[in-house]
Design a protein around this ligand. Structure first.
Ligand code: ADP
Ligand code: ZN
Length: 625
């Protein structure tokens, strides 16, 4: 078959898309579409869905009609397809009459590979007739879960897409989604009327994402420490409330970090402006509530931090999934404190509907179990999504790095509980901590608590440790808040008495300490040294993280000149590969992953110049082993 991608597959993949190998399942999906079969593909964010339909769109005769739910996404996809040299157009509610005419004209002249439309457009009168008069190679339905009422993003307009199979009986339909529940999957297949589709369920594993959980004890300090290791690269910090978002953004700005807040309390214009600044790499960090989500298609998000405990694992995974869509290494950090658990529990208790209460409580429990888990983070997450991770050690989580220890905290728990008992279960955590560390406060003098045997027995540990421990004791049922007062006053509970008697033990997780290592300053970098571990994690063992910085800066300059987002020129993973290979000629540049012919012609020389300058400035570099 002339259209089978085997013949021209790898060549086309390289020359048009710039990639030297397919990602898992891409080739199978492309082949199925080329054979004329329907496709149902569940792939995680960043799995490379676009290529699955863009590739056959180039190979097959006629135009591929892509249905996509969000205007912003559609625009981004069309722009990026064009930047790859594909012939793409969009028709949606914002399309002007002349653009509309151009798109239809190009389609009629068979000069269009991809036509992106909104579901509303498909439903508008007369549009189907226009499509029927042209050769449609296949339909690609992006975010196909929008057709399901069971999904979390149901769009009534998607329901009409069920007509495609009737109206275009001989035309394949390829449906893509990153939502995996069986119910939604079944719904998608039946509503679209897929005909014995070729089905793919890709792993939800995102091997380039690194997961870490740290004990949240000094959030601001921890964020600043983390950002020191981020090399100015873009990232998102999620916080639980608008107020916290504002506070953190302000705190970061005060420390000279380029950061903007994003939450639903801001006007649409304000939010769009933030999103655009982020897209164009004009701001490094967006501090946001979960309102910042749908529509962030920025592939070079290098970290996602959760400053507060997410409500459930689905949400957590979706949010962290916004990191590293380009396949280059990215970090996900969760700052976990038992105080957040108590706070969320208090919200849950306020739900009127008992079922909602039960569901959210169960979800929160799973989230806590994840944070405290005594196994690989990746394994834990994937199991949650019904997948068994096969490897012993994933190599990219705090557990697999050996950074997590379960420590026996029975003695500390006894100290804390005894402080509670000896003060009559009548004081808040702040005061109890003061007693333990032997603080000299007025209250302590007033109640003569400095005369207690527990006074000062916890001097060897910082206050924040004891706060963490108290909250852990409450969360695990060794203590509980007194029900007879509105003040947050803990009292010993059953498990706590067992701990005091010595018949029960109390375990605590010792999370990895915050990574504070900085990259060495440029000037002092020794020859051949490849940066610190932290820098290397970013540079994906790619060798030269300094050159990577140089290339990033060049990319920003070019992007500004063309008024396009930097990532659209080349992805971070492409720049990493470039920094590793240090190509000197256009031919060598073409070997770099992500460099196709179109982009090479457009931007190639600029990057070759940057590499040549860099090498000239660091003599001897190349001869080093
Ligand atoms: P999805 O829509 O599934 O979230 P995308 O289609 O946006 O993912 O692809 C994610 C990233 O992976 C993009 O930067 C894309 O260029 C890159 N990519 C896709 N296929 C390949 C491949 N075969 N090799 C290398 N990178 C790829
Ligand atoms: Zn692991």
């Amino acid at each position: 078959m002339a259209n089978e991608p085997d013949n021209l597959g790898v060549h086309l993949l390289k020359s048009v898309f710039g990639f030297s190998a397919f990602r898992p399942y891409q080739e199978d999906i492309i082949k199925a579409i080329c054979r004329g079969e329907d496709v149902f593909a569940v792939m995680p964010t960043g799995g490379g869905k676009s290529l699955c339909y863009q590739f056959p769109a180039v190979v097959l005769e006629g135009v591929c009609v892509v249905i996509s739910p969000l205007l912003s996404l559609m625009k981004d996809q069309v722009d990026s397809a064009r930047e790859t040299g594909l012939r793409a157009a969009t028709i949606n509610s914002t399309t002007s009459a002349s653009e509309y005419g151009n798109a239809l004209g190009a389609m009629q002249r068979k000069e269009l590979d991809l036509l992106y439309i909104s579901p509303e457009r498909f439903n508008s009168p007369g549009f189907v007739e226009k499509l029927l008069n042209n050769t449609i190679s296949f339909f690609a339905i992006d975010e196909a879960h929008c057709i399901s009422e069971w999904g979390h993003q149901f769009r009534p307009d998607y329901l009409q897409l069920g007509r495609i199979a009737e109206l275009f009986p001989g035309t394949p339909i390829a449906a893509f989604t990153a939502t995996a529940t069986d119910r939604v999957a079944a719904d998608i297949k039946s509503r679209l009327g897929l005909r014995h589709p070729f089905e793919i369920r890709a792993s939800f594993d995102r091997p380039n994402l690194d997961y870490t959980v740290l004990r949240k004890d000094d959030l601001n300090r921890q964020l600043l420490d983390f950002l020191k290791t981020a090399d100015g690269q873009p990232g998102i910090i999620y916080r639980g409330t608008r107020k916290k978002v504002e506070e953190t953004a302000l705190m970061l700005k005060k420390h000279g970090i380029s950061a903007l807040p994003y939450h639903a309390g801001m006007t649409t214009e304000e939010r769009n402006a933030v999103q655009e600044s982020f897209t164009y790499d004009r701001v490094q960090v967006v501090v946001a509530t979960i309102a910042f989500g749908m529509g962030i298609d920025k592939p070079n998000v290098r970290f996602v931090i959760h400053g507060d405990l997410p409500k459930n694992i689905e949400g957590y995974y979706q949010e962290t999934g916004r990191a590293g869509r380009d396949g280059a290494p990215a970090r996900c950090l969760l700052l976990f404190g038992y105080q957040d658990v108590l706070l969320q529990n208090s919200f849950i208790e306020k739900y009127e509907d008992p079922q909602t209460r039960e569901v959210t409580r169960a979800q929160l429990k799973q989230m806590i179990r994840y944070a405290e888990s005594d196994e690989c983070r990746r394994k834990a997450i994937l199991r949650y999504f019904g997948e068994e991770y096969p490897n012993e050690n994933c190599g990219h989580c705090d557990y697999c790095r050996g950074a997590i220890k379960h420590v026996d905290a029975t003695v500390d728990a006894q100290k804390a509980l005894s402080a509670m008992q000896r003060t009559g279960n009548r004081f808040g955590i702040g005061h109890l901590v003061d007693v333990l560390v032997g603080a000299k406060t007025e209250r302590i003098r007033k109640f003569a608590h400095d005369a207690l045997p527990t006074y000062g027995v916890g001097k060897d540990k910082p206050k924040k440790y004891w706060h963490f421990l108290f909250n852990a004791l409450i969360c695990k049922g060794a203590a509980r808040m007194r029900p007879d007062t509105d003040y947050p006053i803990p009292q010993t509970a059953e498990l706590g008495f067992g701990i005091l008697r010595g018949s029960e033990t109390f375990e605590l997780i010792d999370f990895a300490p915050t990574e504070t290592k900085k990259r060495p300053a440029k000037k002092t970098r020794s020859r051949g040294a490849r940066g610190t571990a932290a820098a290397r994690r970013y540079a994906a063992d790619s060798g030269d993280s300094d050159l990577f910085d140089v290339l990033r800066r060049r990319r920003t300059e070019i992007a500004a000149a063309y008024h396009i987002p930097p990532y659209r020129i080349f992805s971070d993973s492409t720049l990493l590969d470039m920094a590793e290979r240090k190509p000197m000629t256009l031919d060598e540049l073409l070997q770099v992953s992500g460099v196709g012919e179109y982009k090479m012609e457009r931007y190639g020389q600029d990057f070759l110049d940057a590499i040549a300058e860099y090498i000239a400035e660091s003599p001897g570099e190349e001869e080093l082993p």
